[in-house]
Design a protein around this ligand. Structure first.
Ligand SMILES: *[C@@H]1O[C@H](CO)[C@@H](O)[C@H](O)[C@H]1NC(C)=O
Ligand SMILES: *[C@@H]1O[C@H](CO)[C@@H](O)[C@H](O)[C@H]1NC(C)=O
Ligand SMILES: *[C@@H]1O[C@H](CO)[C@@H](O)[C@H](O)[C@H]1NC(C)=O
Length: 421
């Protein structure tokens, strides 16, 4: 009967029927969906070469690749823009050589070959969702998709991917609240959500997770940081360019003690900088520029032995710049210390030495006899408006480590009775 049909549309529908039949047969008989040697041969089918639906006879390197082949092809079919022609390479059974796809043996079987990582960085692909793709790649360990145009929801079933530990969705079009599915992924160590449009608040549990890297900058998160942000071992945390508000919590030192980069710039943090900031002793970069912070600089910052860059520019900080902090640029590693656009009124000899060496930037403050300062009227206006009430003000002069004393340059400062911070 099949052989008597001749019109092209009828032929196409027969092919469709055969295709559906074959698919059902093979999936019932064998999990090996695309291993054609198990399929019954249908003899004498009319050949219609330009019909795209003809099932290809594909030989996969491994069963695990056969299983994800239709997943990849389905994703390819929803990609609406591919300016670099990446997906042209996504055809045939050799998935390990598709552009952006990388194979390896999975942790549960050394002799198997599977799709272990995806690197779509910079591919500029447009797709409305990753649902049905990212969550259907069971052996995936790394997914990097910086600078694409993926959107929609982050698929909730990615929590079931047992090996996924790096997820980079930066510079895409994700929006809505923080994807709570990520809270259920204790093995995630690298999470990069930068440059999207996430809003609302970041659940505090994420700070207590096992992450080494948490990049949240350039979104629209607008919340106070919880007073107790838990304790964790994050090495890189960027909150920059959001709308975080409220004070920097005192728990920061406990919570973020292994942090090497503290990037809080361009938010709306208010209040005084807590003494505890000086206990972040792994910090190499500490950037709290362009917030709404006020009060003095805590002298505890002088204990950041590893600090190379300190940025407090663009706040309403005032008072004397503690000399002992400037010593970091003389005896330690400090190379860039920016206090510009604040209301500081005094710097001592060590700080002046750093200004001369181009390390310390105090432009646009209120320091008499230095160039590029604010007009006197502006400074007077600020000081007449402001009330300087920092909590625990006695902690601001306390240096919780041994440092040379500014007035007797070789004698280390021996802290007296420690104030209880
Ligand atoms: C297909 O199945 C046959 C027999 O069932 C097997 O020998 C062959 O290795 C399979 N091919 C692939 C690619 O799995
Ligand atoms: C490991 O993978 C190989 C290749 O896919 C397969 O033949 C073998 O059965 C697998 N072993 C186990 C224990 O699953
Ligand atoms: C110092 O840091 C500030 C703020 O992060 C930056 O704008 C400036 O370019 C840096 N200066 C140098 C010399 O690296």
């Amino acid at each position: 009967m099949i052989r008597t049909i001749s019109s092209p549309t009828a032929t196409a529908s027969v092919f469709l029927a055969v295709l559906v039949f074959l698919t059902c047969l093979s999936s019932e008989a064998e999990p090996n969906l695309l291993n054609s040697s198990d399929l019954p041969l249908v003899p004498d089918l009319p050949l219609v070469p330009d019909l795209p639906l003809v099932p290809e006879i594909l030989e996969f390197l491994d069963q695990r690749l056969a299983v994800i082949y239709p997943v990849i092809q389905a994703f390819k079919s929803i990609i609406t823009l591919d300016p670099l022609g990446i997906t042209k390479t996504w055809q045939g059974p050799d998935i390990c050589n598709y552009q952006g796809f990388y194979c390896d043996s999975p942790p549960d079987n050394n002799s198997a070959t599977t799709l272990a990582s995806i690197d779509f960085n910079g591919f500029q692909l447009f797709a409305p969702t990753l649902e049905g793709f990212l969550d259907q790649l069971p052996d995936l360990a790394l997914f990097h998709a910086n600078s694409n145009n993926f959107g929609g929801m982050i698929p909730s079933s990615i929590a079931k991917l047992p090996y996924l530990y790096e997820l980079d969705l930066s510079n895409n079009r994700f929006s809505g609240p923080f994807p709570s599915v990520l809270l259920g992924m204790p093995d995630l160590t690298f999470l990069d959500l930068r440059f999207n449009s996430f809003t609302g608040s970041v659940p505090p549990q994420i700070f207590a997770q096992n992450l080494d890297v948490l990049f949240l900058n350039n979104n629209d998160f607008d919340q106070r940081l919880p007073d107790d942000i838990g304790s964790n071992h994050v090495l890189y945390l960027t909150l920059a360019n959001n709308k975080f508000t409220g004070p920097i919590p005192r728990s920061i030192s406990r919570a973020l003690s292994s942090l090497t980069e503290v990037l809080f710039l361009n938010n709306q943090f208010t209040g005084c900088i807590p003494y505890e900031i000086g206990l972040l002793n792994e910090a190499v970069v500490l950037d709290i520029g362009y917030n709404r912070l006020t009060g003095p600089l805590p002298a505890s910052l002088a204990c950041l032995d590893k600090a190379e860059q300190l940025n407090f520019a663009g706040n309403s900080l005032h008072g004397i710049v503690p000399e002992v902090i400037c010593w970091l640029g003389i005896g330690k590693n400090l190379m860039n210390f920016s206090l510009s656009n604040n209301y500081f009124t005094n710097v001592g000899p060590w700080c002046r030495a750093l200004i001369e060496r181009g390390i310390l930037d105090v432009r646009n403050n209120c320091i008499p006899n230095l160039p590029s300062q604010r007009p006197v009227s502006e400074c007077a206006g600020f000081f007449s408006r402001s009330r300087f009430l920092c909590p625990r003000i006695w902690t601001y002069n306390y240096v919780p480590c041994s440092r040379p004393h500014p007035s007797s340059s070789d004698v280390p400062l021996i802290p007296g009775s420690a104030p209880t911070p």
